[in-house]
Design a protein around this ligand. Structure first.
Ligand SMILES: Cc1ncc(COP(=O)(O)O)c(C=O)c1O
Length: 399
């Protein structure tokens, strides 16, 4: 016997992409290019990482504590304070911050933390935007909850319409995953939007998990964070709110597997206890390298400028074709191409370019999801690779 909850999930989006393209050859003589995966190809600050790893080289024999080190939690807290103008002491690094082996595992585990056996006598629901980061659905299913997909479409500003969620659903909601800037569309939730989401979480007593892992990649205005909204409401309470951050995008260090979660002290206390049993704790040298990265802004500013320059390229090459609009945050293009799966197959066959069909990030109803007409293009490569690829995308798809 095994856990049959796995069978309620479709294959992971990248497996589905492999299946779609299996047996289709890219054109001969054209080097294949992956714009499907959101893996930054800019250089991480290697010297900073290596220096910290070397300095911590005498700690490889030690089991890393699940809550990390004081220094790591302090570095995260100081960064939160700087980034979101929080007063010192608002976030207590000792009790309100925990390291994650990448934000993905923390987001997954948040469902195990939040979902009770039943909520108000009903099956617990886990709300998520649709389209969404696939881990949210997996987490909901494995926690024994019903995933509920809230359309995040052009009409709703690419974020779920909070006013459209029925009170009866909110009453049985245990967890709401909200992603801002959102993957895939790059939409950013305003302070008003976050305030409304936090109010709903408190009124209906569910956990609001705000995935802010793209918070440092934006073109103009720094995306508002849930913590700064909490600071300004209900006497600064952090009740019901957790935020998730990552070095994968901020520092191009996806291989470091390092992020953190912060928020509501009561939830964090339970999370810490639970993580003692199950979490992949982060090795001490990696925590030291992570602290160095959270303390350094220069590489983040340069990284953001590099993305911004690439979106300038996209502005020029795509104009208003393929439904392009420059996203407020994140590093994806979300292009409306009619049939996203067909367009993906065509780009591979004719140009050797791999993108991701929006359908694989989307569920919808009756076999039709709001992501179906789209493809997601990750702007992760250097401009000299990206510019000709964008030109080819337009040539192949803009008919
Ligand atoms: C929306 C979103 N959340 C979380 C993650 C997880 O990132 P990591 O585990 O590298 O921190 C990703 C990675 O692609 C993502 O796109």
């Amino acid at each position: 016997m095994y856990n049959t909850r796995l069978d309620t999930l479709l294959d992971y989006p990248f497996s589905r992409l492999r299946t779609l393209l299996e047996g289709t050859a890219a054109p001969a003589g054209v080097p294949p290019l992956a714009l499907s995966v959101g893996e930054p190809q800019h250089q991480p600050p290697v010297e900073l990482i290596n220096a910290a790893l070397l300095a911590g080289a005498d700690t490889w024999n030690r089991y890393p504590p699940v809550p990390g080190t004081d220094d790591f939690r302090l570095a995260c807290t100081e960064w939160l304070n700087r980034r979101y103008q929080l007063a010192e002491g608002y976030i207590d690094p000792a009790s309100m911050v925990l390291p994650l082996a990448g934000s993905r595992e923390g987001l997954f585990m948040a469902a195990l933390l939040a979902v009770p056996e039943n909520k108000s006598g009903y099956m617990p629901a886990v709300l998520m935007p649709d389209p969404f980061y696939a881990v949210y659905e997996g987490a909901a299913r494995f926690a024994g909850a019903e995933p509920v997909f809230l359309p995040a479409t052009e009409e709703t500003g690419h974020l779920p319409d909070l006013d459209a969620i029925p009170a009866s659903l909110l009453d049985r909601t245990a967890l709401f995953y909200l992603c801002t800037p959102s993957n895939p569309q790059g939409a950013v939730a305003s302070a008003d939007y976050l305030r409304k989401a936090i109010t709903l979480a408190r009124r209906h007593d569910f956990v609001l998990a705000v995935d802010e892992c793209y918070a440092e990649i934006y073109s103009h205005t720094p995306p508002t964070g849930a913590l700064e909204v909490c600071r300004d409401m209900d006497g600064g309470s952090l009740h019901n709110v957790l935020v998730f951050h990552s070095l994968s995008k901020r520092s191009n260090a996806a291989g470091l597997r390092s992020g953190f979660v912060a928020g509501d002290k009561a939830l964090m206390t339970r999370f810490s206890r639970m993580r003692s049993y199950a979490a992949a704790s982060t090795p001490l040298p990696l925590l030291a390298a992570s602290s160095a990265l959270w303390r350094d802004e220069a590489h983040v500013v340069a990284n953001r400028a590099a993305y911004s320059a690439k979106f300038d390229l996209a502005d020029r090459i795509l104009g208003n074709r393929l439904g392009y609009r420059r996203p407020a945050g994140g590093f994806f293009l979300w292009l409306k191409v009619g049939d996203g799966e067909a367009a993906t197959a065509r780009l591979w066959r004719e140009a050797g370019i791999r993108v991701l069909p929006g359908a694989y990030l989307s569920r919808g109803e009756a076999g039709r999801g709001p992501g179906d007409p789209y493809i997601r293009v990750a702007m992760v490569h250097e401009p000299e690779i990206l510019a000709p690829a964008l030109e080819r995308i337009v040539e192949v798809l803009d008919i």
